[in-house]
Design a protein around this ligand. Structure first.
Ligand code: HEC
Ligand SMILES: [Cu+2]
Length: 488
């Protein structure tokens, strides 16, 4: 009996000590998972690329090298701007670290800079977000270190006086502090940042522009763009994905003045990390609000192929100031989800009356009398003035103020070979609209222009104005010619 007892206690002691060892290993493991281990250099990316997800399960020291540089670059076709940048482009490079990482930040200021620069990262807990610690003269490097305490998506920007001007000139970007446990897997991750530019010239005015303090103070941007320039995300620069891809966008808005109403035409964000915080706070959202100096993470799955437009749904900014991007989704059609156009039938109006016919006397619309400049030959200038007025209230919505159109969407009227080649055809287009493929100045378009509900005088005037402006062939269009085409 006695012997048996001691054998039992022996095995209990063994079991106990094994358990203690196991627990010790577990505790040690936990400790290691919070301890900074080793170091690495951050791999930064230019928009729209995002650095690969971090697979580490422990924090490390991350060394970030970023250079402030002043460069002249493209703001729109034919338009240049003297940008101040982080990394030579706007927006600045994307930084990705893991929650708990110790970030050793090396801010270099190029020797060719004309002024000091600095950085305020919204991911920093400390005065100025690093602004004071990082004030850096041209040809110098500042180093400071911070612990990435809170997971989330944060903007960074220059914080050297005058701060608003450093921001307005392009000094901003995004830093993602990836949660400890990572984000759920995604097939595509993209970096999109909205910002405004305030130029001395109007939208589209060619040549090297300068910063306009007046427009900035009036909060009246000349340009509102995604990723630093008009067209940075359109056509051959469009974001690319496949049907079925899980797509995650890291979207920032730096302003400097405006709040963004970010929307993708034809998509629904099925997950939204509002304000770029760590949690999914909403599902099935059409438009997200991004404060100036804020960010958001949105996710969705592209179910149907096609081109989807990224816009600020303050919509004049999208179609008239540049806040337009494209996501091209390729793959198999899915007619269960979206049929595409199934019919195109004639519709003559519920009152059996169309606006294109002659206006009768009982109609409340007063017909234009014949005493208009277009018909009394009062001189070409009067016609052009009237045409300008018609143009501004109708055509610019699509063909843009400068008549340059929008790449792949609206053809240009400026210097348009198509317009200049055939006057009657132009009249017909304004009268009856146009759809299907068309090539203008070697670029193809395939879209729909609705009929313009204008009188013969108005059409004559607007076309004369267009022919006499924007480097076109100076043709005069008479109201009689419009009437002739209308009655054809
Ligand atoms: C709602 C948008 C819209 C409006 C408003 C509009 N257009 Fe268009 N326009 C288009 C589109 C789209 C096309 C190309 C259609 C196609 O792809 O077949 C086009 C084509 C044209 C063309 C032939 C192509 C070219 O660039 O030379 C002319 C000329 C033209 N429009 C003139 C006008 C004039 C003048 C007005 C104002 C009275 C006007 N449009 C208003 C959308 C519009
Ligand atoms: Cu700066």
């Amino acid at each position: 009996m006695k012997r048996l007892f001691s054998l039992q206690s022996f095995s209990i002691i063994i079991i106990l000590s094994i358990s203690v060892m196991i627990i010790g290993v577990i505790i040690q493991g936990c400790e290691n998972n919070d301890k900074i281990q080793g170091y690495e250099f951050a791999k930064l990316t230019y928009a729209p690329e995002v650095p690969d997800p971090i697979l580490r399960s422990h924090p490390t020291k991350v060394i970030v090298n970023l250079e402030a540089e002043q460069v002249i670059g493209r703001l729109a076709d034919g338009v240049q701007y003297p940008f101040w940048t982080f990394g030579g482009r706007v927006p600045g490079k994307f930084i990705r670290v893991r929650e708990g990482d110790l970030v050793e930040f090396h801010l270099h200021n190029s020797p060719t800079s004309t002024m000091p620069h600095s950085i305020d990262l919204h991911a920093v807990l400390g005065p100025g977000g690093g602004a004071v610690a990082s004030q850096t003269l041209p040809g110098h490097t500042s180093v400071f270190t911070f612990r990435a305490m809170h997971a989330g998506l944060y903007v960074y920007h220059c914080a050297t006086q005058p701060v608003p001007m450093h921001i307005a000139n392009g000094m901003y970007g995004l830093i993602l502090v990836q949660p400890k446990d990572g984000l759920p897997p995604a097939d595509k991750e993209f970096y999109v940042l909205q910002s405004e530019f305030y130029t001395t010239g109007n939208y589209g005015d060619p040549g090297l522009q300068q910063f306009s303090m007046d427009k900035a103070l009036a909060e009246n941007p000349t340009y509102v763009v995604f990723n630093g320039s008009v067209g940075a995300l359109t056509n051959s620069n469009a974001l690319q994905a496949n049907v079925g891809d899980r797509i995650r966008l890291f979207v920032g808005n730096i302003g400097p003045n405006k709040v963004s109403s970010f929307h993708i035409i034809g998509q629904i964000f099925d997950k939204v990390y509002d304000y770029g915080g760590a949690n999914v706070t909403q599902r099935n959202v059409q438009t997200v609000l991004i404060p100036a100096g804020g960010a958001v993470i949105v996710e969705f799955t592209a179910k149907v192929p096609g081109t989807y437009l990224l816009v600020d749904h303050s919509i004049f900014r999208a179609f008239n100031k540049g806040a337009l991007g494209m996501l091209k989704v390729s793959g198999e059609k899915n007619t269960d989800i979206f049929s595409g156009k199934q019919a195109d039938e004639l519709f003559t109006g519920s009152q059996q009356e169309t606006h294109s016919g002659p206006i009768d006397e009982n109609n409340s619309i007063t017909p234009l009398d014949n005493n208009t400049p277009a018909s009394n030959g009062n001189g070409i200038q009067a016609i052009i003035d009237k045409g300008h007025e018609v143009f501004s209230r109708t055509c610019i919505a699509c063909h843009q103020v400068n008549a340059q159109g929008l790449p792949a969407i609206f053809p240009p009227l400026a210097g348009s070979d198509f317009l200049n080649a055939d006057k009657d055809r132009a009249i017909e287009i304004v009268l009856h609209g146009k759809k299907g493929p068309v090539t203008v100045n070697g670029k193809s378009f395939n879209n729909v222009m609705p009929p313009q509900n204008l009188s013969d005088d108005e059409i004559a005037a607007v076309l004369t104005y267009v022919y006499y402006s924007f480097g076109n062939s100076k043709k005069i269009v008479k109201p009689e010619e419009v009437t002739k085409v209308r009655n054809k």
